[in-house]
Write a protein that binds this ligand. Structure first.
Ligand code: NAD
Ligand code: 3PG
Length: 528
């Protein structure tokens, strides 16, 4: 008999399958502290949560029988995924069930902020009949900027068209082709900042998206813009938003999520007359809660019964003989993917992986997943892992081509990764050198020899006398110490690249100085 613990409020109707299962006992205990969970978790084979229960390493260590953690919702930021993976606990989520609810909440917030509904309600019930203070704006004929064109962002775009809004979307995976099919314009964050009357964000919170809307972006915005965040607190810089309202750039904001939840009583958004708030209600509809609970219950039953399942956000499963051969390559593969994705600026349309040498006769599917995880991680962060990376790439319309070849360019093994975009392609190759470990040996057409670890500055420049000196001096003057430097060029005086390993991240000011240096074409920072 399997025991399942439900530690957050999850729809009873949705989990009926679990109650009905003859091989399962369900225990519902919500609002438990970490200590309380640690005490009881050893009895359970499965744990079902929403976002309130923080599933820590300590809880997992105490859960000696724990086989699966089910998240009835999308975000798994409340679950220590690394600890789960290390302990072989499968973590699954229910990514589709609350899309519509959150999209509709976004609209509710957008309309409420455009028509001052909460403010008007508050005053009316206080006995005042004030028809002057709450003049709003229409959505009709306005420009809506959507940052994050995944499940929710796409549904928001569909509905915005019915309001006669024109839409600019930004997502690293949004191709011209898809934008055209959706009837929207593809733009950058800056384009959105400059043109939009309403801006809504629908990305996960990652190191890339944290504060992606901050002072710099607010300064580009049209006066009177309205901002909506029903995704994750922290994507929009809360302090910068208050400042932008004070400067009369932002006319109103609607937030369902906060950098810290629940927000402190003195949080500047609470009781601000231009900001309306809800307590993380995006997914809180009867339908969404039933959907996510059904999805997660079915998956938990499959896992407990050793049946196939989908939506795992962790847990690589590789036969041990294959694992032994591939183990040394996983980290190299992921780092190659991450490096190349960080220097590839356009939407990725195709991922091409070639294995050669001693890798040509092994089942490299698990290794491909690691490489693709590396490629996607900067966009999807903890949502992508070696179990779901291939599926996520394909779901985003990215074509994956895997090949084997005998040509090793003199190495005993070689992984060559190419990312194709609508504007061209970028290539990286890496190998494991006996006695020296992992090495990047090629970037685009340039042969290099780089250990894939640390902070890099990748500079494309014109091959001119003094170029290297100028960069060295600039970094030195700004206390960025260069640990290693590689240079490559096609022809004398032509295009050239410089790859520096540095001891600390260059500040934005230093990066700007580099970009403004004569002869520099582009500057990318890469962190591995
Ligand atoms: N308020 C709520 O109750 C609630 C409910 C459901 C989901 N959410 C949150 O909403 C967010 C979106 O959910 P979803 O189901 O649409 O996820 P999704 O994975 O389908 O979409 C997220 C999109 O963001 C894109 N993205 C990642 N990094 C980006 C970047 N730097 N710039 C622009 N786009 C980037 C991804 O490519 C992806 O297409 C998640 O954070 C989720 O946790 C909140
Ligand atoms: O990531 C999610 O699915 C949403 O933020 C909903 O979270 P909740 O289940 O705690 O409402």
């Amino acid at each position: 008999m399997f025991k399942v613990l439900i530690s957050d409020p999850i729809s009873d109707l949705g989990i009926q399958k679990l109650f009905d299962a003859s091989d399962v006992t369900v225990v519902k205990e919500t609002g438990l502290s970490e200590d309380e969970l640690v005490k009881i978790i050893s009895d359970f084979d499965a744990l079902l949560v929403r976002s309130q229960t923080k599933v820590t390493k300590r809880i997992m260590e105490a859960g000696s029988k724990l086989k699966v953690i089910g998240r009835a919702g999308v975000g798994v930021d409340n679950i220590d995924l690394e600890a789960a993976t290390q302990r072989g606990i499968i973590v699954i989520n229910a990514p589709d069930g609350n899309t519509i609810s959150t999209c509709e909440h976004t609209f509710a917030m957008m309309m409420a902020v455009s028509r001052n509904i909460p403010q008007g309600y508050k005053k009316t019930i206080s006995g005042e009949w004030d028809r002057k203070s709450f003049v709003g704006v229409e959505l009709n004929n306005k420009v809506l900027g959507i940052i994050g064109m995944g499940r929710i962002g796409t549904e928001v775009a569909e509905r915005a068209k019915a309001f006669n809004m024109s839409i600019i979307g930004y997502d690293p995976f949004l191709t011209e082709d898809r934008a055209e099919k959706l009837g929207i314009e593809k733009g950058s964050v800056d384009d959105i900042a400059k043109k939009a009357d309403f801006i809504t964000v629908h990305t996960p919170l990652t190191k890339e998206t944290r504060h992606m809307i901050s002072t710099e972006q607010f300064e580009l915005m049209k006066k009177g813009v309205r901002i909506v965040n029903c995704a994750r607190g922290g994507i929009i810089d809360e302090h910068a938003l208050i400042h932008a309202i004070d400067q009369e750039i932002v006319a109103g904001a609607a937030f369902d999520v906060f950098e810290t939840e629940p927000p402190q009583k003195d949080h500047p958004f609470l009781n601000h007359d231009k900001i309306i708030v809800t307590p993380h209600l995006g997914a809180s509809t009867r339908e969404a809660q039933e959907n996510v609970a059904i999805d997660v219950s079915e998956e938990v039953l499959n896992i407990l019964r050793d049946k196939p399942f989908k939506n795992a956000v962790n847990m690589p499963h590789v036969p041990s003989n294959v694992l032994r051969k591939l183990q040394p390559y996983f980290s190299l593969g992921e780092r190659l993917g991450s490096f190349l994705s960080q220097i590839t600026k356009d939407s990725i349309e195709e991922i091409h992986i070639n294995f050669s040498g001693e890798l040509a006769d092994v089942d490299t599917a698990p290794l491909s997943r690691s490489i693709i995880k590396g490629v996607l991680a900067q966009y999807l962060d903890s949502e992508v892992n070696v179990v779901n990376s291939m599926h996520l790439a394909e779901a985003k319309g990215v074509k994956i081509i895997r090949q084997r070849s005998s040509s090793t360019k003199g190495f005993t093994n070689l992984i060559t990764l190419t990312l194709k975009t609508n504007s061209g392609e970028r290539t990286i190759a890496g190998t494991l050198l006996n006695g020296y470990g992992a090495r990047i040996v090629q970037i685009d057409q340039y042969p290099v020899d780089i250990s894939p670890e640390g902070i890099f500055i990748y500079i494309s420049h014109q091959d001119k006398p003094g170029a290297i000196g100028k960069i060295g001096t600039l970094l030195g003057e700004n206390e960025v110490n260069i640990a290693t430097m590689q240079v490559g060029r096609k022809v004398v005086g032509g295009d050239a690249v410089m790859i520096l390993t540095v001891d600390k991240q260059p500040s934005n000011t230093v990066k700007k100085l580099l970009i403004d240096t004569d002869g520099i074409v582009s500057v990318n920072e890469i962190i591995l």
